[in-house]
Design a protein around this ligand. Structure first.
Ligand code: NDP
Ligand code: 2IT
Length: 444
């Protein structure tokens, strides 16, 4: 058996009942195979892949809190400190009922290579809880966040592990978490990113993942001879990533026809109204059923369905495995030209392969959504020098980082005879830097 296949079998055996983690590792190993084969003996001897797929540390803790009825609730908290070869652990916190180690480990594993692709000195980590912020009062969310941080604080720090947001964790949650960290430790330091602008946050961090996705897409399509202006797009999700992806897409001249949340989806033939979407989701924390009140010409449908709408580009921006093989077939039949991932691992493996085989330009999450964490690293830099950069400064840096990522993954794919396979290019380019650092640092 080849080294790659051996390691994959070990990962499955050692991490039972964690299908999302297996999927992320499989997608990675399958595409970096040519690099591994070139160095097989050297890597095998030092168990490089076994070390890469085994988190440096996995933390799991109890999070008790009191709800508005005086009832005690108990959730589970997680932090997986996956790899610190190229910098302090960095990655978001997800609050969603589906969270368990399999989700956090898939996210943490992908984060290692995404963070490497940014070109900035950040290692990979991820955390979260099975807590569901939906329908909770602000006080309940605060009580939960304070209890969560009361355990987490001892494991994190500005130079060791720097969490941020992800699904269910936005500005409100980061604020409560930061306040509690400061209260317990007495330290005013950049231990979290995505902070509010009055207490150390960076301008453009809120917009960064969605904007970055569009800067990435624009450059990727440019090298493929396609202009994004005047094209149509379908987007899934209606959260942080989706909202700012839609905003930037429209600024770049695309018409975005759809968005969705966990209960339904909207089709707006005139293009999604971002101001309405922000009011519904960011201000009122309401459902997409509200959208029709702002835009009578639009349609609201229960369930899922954004991938059935004909468009030039598709941008999955909600969650993992939300675009399956049937969706990929529908998109291809409708003539989609490109799929770029705003969410983490939103496309199933068979769907990804189908898209690639049918000539669809595929921008993988690790590369396409790296703008969020890249801007988090810029927030860390600003915190370290105790300065704040202007929006334009941060945005320009973000844009340049996304352009560099496109060229780096394109070059890596070509170097290994996989021109146009950007998923392979992203994994190879991300992996090489981490592998070099791990080889240099000895058996740790
Ligand atoms: P938000 O919580 O702001 O938004 C998530 C959106 O996806 C919501 O519209 C939500 O619907 C929908 N959604 C979540 N889970 C499901 C589900 N199981 N089924 C259907 N819809 C779902 O999160 P973000 O926008 O921050 O994150 C979206 C994706 O982008 C995630 O994959 C995340 O890991 C990834 N990402 C985020 C980054 C960031 O900086 N925030 C950076 C890079 C990647 P509802 O409102 O009904 O819950
Ligand atoms: O998936 C991701 O890259 C994020 N949720 C952002 C992580 C970060 O540290 O900004």
């Amino acid at each position: 058996m080849s080294y790659v296949d051996e390691v994959y079998a070990k990962v499955v055996a050692k991490n039972p009942a964690e299908p999302e983690f297996h999927q992320a590792v499989k997608e990675f190993l399958d595409t970096v195979r040519p690099v591994i084969e070139k160095h097989e003996e050297e890597y095998r001897k030092v168990a490089l892949l076994e070390r890469l797929t085994e988190p440096e540390r996995q933390i799991r803790f109890r999070v008790p809190w009191v709800d508005d009825n005086g009832q005690v609730q108990v959730n589970t908290g997680y932090r997986v400190q996956f790899n610190s070869a190229i910098g302090p652990y960095k990655g978001g916190l997800r609050f969603h009922p589906s969270v368990y180690f399999g989700i956090i480990k898939f996210l943490g594993f992908e984060q290692i290579f995404k963070n490497s692709l940014t070109g900035l000195p950040i290692g990979g980590g991820k955390g979260g809880s099975d807590f569901d912020p939906k329908g909770k009062s602000d006080r309940e969310v605060m009580a939960f966040c304070q209890s969560f941080m009361t355990e987490l604080y001892r494991h994190i720090g500005k130079d060791t592990d720097v969490p941020a947001g992800d699904i269910g964790v936005g500005g409100r949650e980061i604020g409560f978490l930061y306040g509690q960290y400061k209260r317990i430790t007495g330290l005013y330091e950049g231990v979290l990113t995505g902070k509010g602008l009055t207490y150390g946050g960076s301008l453009a961090r809120t917009e960064a993942t969605g904007y970055g996705l569009m800067y990435f897409t624009q450059e990727l399509l440019k090298i493929n001879g396609i202009d994004v202006a005047g094209k149509t797009a379908v987007v899934s999700g209606a959260g942080n990533v989706a909202i700012y992806a839609i905003q930037k897409a429209e600024e770049l001249g695309m018409k975005v026809l759809t968005c969705s949340d966990s209960t339904g989806w909207v089709y707006d033939p005139d293009g999604i109204d971002v101001a309405a979407l922000k009011e519904i989701k960011e201000v009122n924390r309401a459902r997409l059923t509200e959208y029709k009140k702002y835009r009578p010409n639009s349609e609201y449908h229960e369930g899922r369905g954004v991938w059935t709408i004909k468009a030039d580009f598709a941008f999955p921006c909600a969650t993992q495995n939300e675009l399956n093989l049937d969706d990929a077939k529908t998109l291809v039949a409708n003539g989609v030209k490109a799929v770029c991932e705003g969410a983490n691992m939103p496309t199933t493996l068979d769907a990804t392969n189908y898209l690639k085989e049918n000539g669809v330009i595929f921008g993988p999450a690790k590369a396409a959504n790296a703008g969020g964490v890249a801007t988090s690293a810029l927030e860390m830099s600003q915190n370290s020098e105790r300065l704040s950069w202007t929006f334009e400064e941060v945005d320009a840096k973000l844009k340049q980082i996304m352009i560099n990522i496109v060229h780096n993954i394109d070059a890596a794919a070509k170097e290994y005879g996989k021109a146009g396979d950007y998923a392979a290019g992203a994994n190879i380019a991300g992996f090489k830097k981490v592998a070099d650092a791990m080889m240099a640092q000895g058996i740790v």
